[in-house]
Design a protein around this ligand. Sequence first.
Ligand SMILES: [Zn+2]
Ligand SMILES: [Zn+2]
Length: 341
Amino acid sequence: MTDTMNAVVYTALNTFEVTRVPIPTPGPGEFLVRVEAAGLCHTDLDILAGAYAADFPRIPGHEFAGTIVDADHDYRGHIGARVAIDPLIACHHCRNCTRGYPNLCTRGEAYGAERDGGFSEYAVVNAQNAHRIGSLCMPVAALAEPFACAVNALERARLAPGLRAAIIGAGPMGMILSIALRGWDVHDVTFADRIPERLERARTFGATATAVVEGSVTEVLPAREFDLVIDATGRPAVVQDAVSLLADGGTLIPFGVCPPGSQLTLDPFEIYRRQLRIIGSFSLSRGIPEAVRILQRSGFPLAELITTRFALTDGAAALAAIGGADTVKIQFDPTIDSAPQ
Ligand SMILES: [Zn+2]
Ligand SMILES: [Zn+2]
């Protein structure tokens, strides 16, 4: 092993480079992981743009999986283990942590934000942040983090089996939520999106009905018919319209990230009279092992969710590809050093 590695480094706000940096050394209770797949998402762009507090320089990447190649001597028995990483580091002492919300830790940090993450050939992580993945392939294992975000949302919603669900937004998180819903015995999933090709793909990942949206989602989906409505667009106007889709007793999860400060108009009488629930879900909450179980059991062609894999040296192209209409999940494969595969 040489002592330097390729990495994507955010050097300042809106500035990054692909460069060689020293391979980090694991300290007490830490592993050195050879990163074999690392997913990109909008959060990586938000961190670069300063929407999340992060110190620069920083190696981003919070959705990654790989093999443990070095460890502090108490942990050397784990060398060779294949793992997916939980990026959140909670303090375990603040009020939110002690009430069971480590994802809301007031002193929390995350790999890829406050600490260096996985857009590099190697990454150091706490031993308790590494979770074994069995025989999952690395690209699918790197989906465990976004799947764990879906797990947090669905656990918090306390869903009854057999309900009727609608997901608005057929991007990567829409697909992941649809697949995860099978873990809750939800098999009736209607998708709505503006882009027909995305809806076509949604059928591969569990959509039982689809609707192309041109104006409002209320024009194409029936009112008061869905026990669960998940917004995966992050558009406040869509969340607003989603309320009217809820059946009596229904649950709305505004899962997509709306702009801070945006507003909804809600009729509190309707929430009262129809027993509606609106469930918030932020990030993941110790859900990586459950996400790995869902991925292991899933009959869906999960590898098809990863539409493009880039070498770290193609970091600029990879970041530019986030959110493209023809992509689902984009990943780095830090083990290659050529053009997109
Ligand atoms: Zn992400
Ligand atoms: Zn805490």
